[in-house]
Design a protein around this ligand. Structure first.
Ligand code: USQ
Length: 380
């Protein structure tokens, strides 16, 4: 298949590119280095240096003989987006978004950047596919955070409602907890409009926070590892906790720690996207999957990190701090997530062994870890 990956330099984009390439698909990645540049601008630090995209593609080709094409450019430009569809791909995977909730709430400029980037890219993509490649299947990475933490079970995308004796099916209610998550709701609305109006074929993967470093492909060469953040802005919780445990920084549990989310291993992100690509949505279908493999509260993740860390000889202290975010700290949470399992995804659960592997990579880069970027206190 011809596969176009938008946002191919990111935490998930690059591993996805290698995953499809390793399986014989013709992959093109596109990126404008928004994430890398933001990391430089905000001085977030990274666990290890990551070569540029062309360099990584060259290393990949030297190691495997598979070619990944790289295009650097800004997808907010409609003409640039359209140029990618002159020879339409079978599938386009859309990761090209500013992905951080704290970044989106730093101040009005970062909120503006988040909204502008995320919505323009999604809108440009929708129009390019509508005009030039109506058969192309769009896989968009959504987020479980679009649903928030409602006091009812979270269905996979849709909710049947009976009102005054009549019934209809609607998108499950959305109520996000950040500007970033709100931009994802707006993406969904844009593409849902495109599906209803022009019969586009779209899969929306409502993903929870991802953890992990290595994938099968990155093991070939350290320089192929995905970019890994542990700072407060771009690091996700479990990745952060493991880094904190290794340097003896007390685990930053925000508030009461009862915040519960659905999590998944980065290897499962790749499987989920792959299975979705192999079995595309139909024309006129917005297919939604909840992309999580198991749920944990913040306290449970902290305790797991502490127990595996102690076993490995680290002194791991858990120290709840005032929650810098506005979110429920004790709440009901019961998302449904059967769809991707039914498609054949085989979960990698968060076992002590998986955590030990992460500890070992982090330990090998210990000298690069900067404690000053772990918590600076971005509040909303
Ligand atoms: N948290 C802590 N301590 C920390 C960091 C986070 O207690 O040091 C808490 C947060 O308050 C939150 C939970 O852990 O309740 C998850 O936070 P996170 O930073 O790991 O994830 P989040 O901000 O929700 O965003 C991440 C990704 C985003 C993706 C989202 C999926 O950055 O791109 O969309 O996970 S979801 O959370 O399901 O919306």
């Amino acid at each position: 298949m011809k596969v176009l990956i938008l946002g191919g330099d990111g935490y998930l984009g690059w591993p996805t590119a290698m995953y499809f390439s390793a399986r014989g698909h013709q992959v093109t990645v596109v990126d404008n280095y928004l994430r890398r540049n933001a990391c430089t601008e905000l001085d977030t630090g990274m666990l290890y240096p990551v070569p540029t995209l062309p360099r990584r593609a060259a290393i990949w080709e030297a190691r495997t003989g598979h070619k990944i094409d790289v295009i650097i450019g800004d997808l907010c430009e409609p003409e640039f987006m359209r140029s990618l569809f002159e020879q339409p791909p079978e599938v386009v995977i859309h990761y090209a978004e500013q992905p951080s909730a704290p970044y989106s709430l730093m101040d009005y400029r970062h909120a503006d950047q988040t909204i502008t980037n995320n919505l323009r890219v999604t809108n440009n993509l929708m129009w390019a596919v509508r005009d030039l490649a109506p058969q192309t299947h769009i896989i968009k990475l959504g987020t479980m955070g679009e649903y928030g933490t409602p006091n009812i079970d979270i269905e996979e995308g849709w909710l049947d409602i009976e009102h005054k004796g009549r019934k209809d099916r609607f998108l499950f209610p959305r109520q996000a907890g950040s500007i970033y998550h709100t931009s994802k709701i707006m993406d969904t609305d844009l593409l849902w409009f495109g599906v209803r109006t022009w019969n586009l074929r779209v899969t929306d993967l409502m993903q929870g926070p991802v953890y992990g470093i290595e994938t099968e492909e990155s093991r070939l060469d350290e320089r192929l590892r995905t970019l890994f953040n542990y700072d407060e802005i771009f690091g996700t919780i479990l990745n952060r906790f493991i880094v904190q445990a290794v340097v003896g920084y007390p685990l930053t549990v925000y508030g009461k720690g009862g915040q519960t989310r659905g999590y998944l291993n980065i290897r499962d992100t790749l499987q989920c996207v792959y299975h979705s690509a192999m079995k595309p949505a139909r024309p006129g279908e917005l297919r939604i999957f909840n992309q999580v493999m198991e749920t944990f509260s913040v306290n449970e993740l902290a305790e797991l990190t502490q127990s595996v860390g102690r076993e490995l000889g680290y002194e791991v202290v858990i120290q709840p701090i005032d929650n810098p975010r506005k979110e429920a700290e004790e709440h009901y949470y019961n998302p449904q997530y059967q769809g991707l399992l039914d498609m054949g995804v085989k979960p990698h659960y968060l076992t002590p062994e998986v955590m030990r592997e992460m500890f070992s990579v982090v330990e090998s880069c210990r000298d690069n870890i900067r404690e000053d970027v772990i918590f600076r206190g971005i509040r909303w």
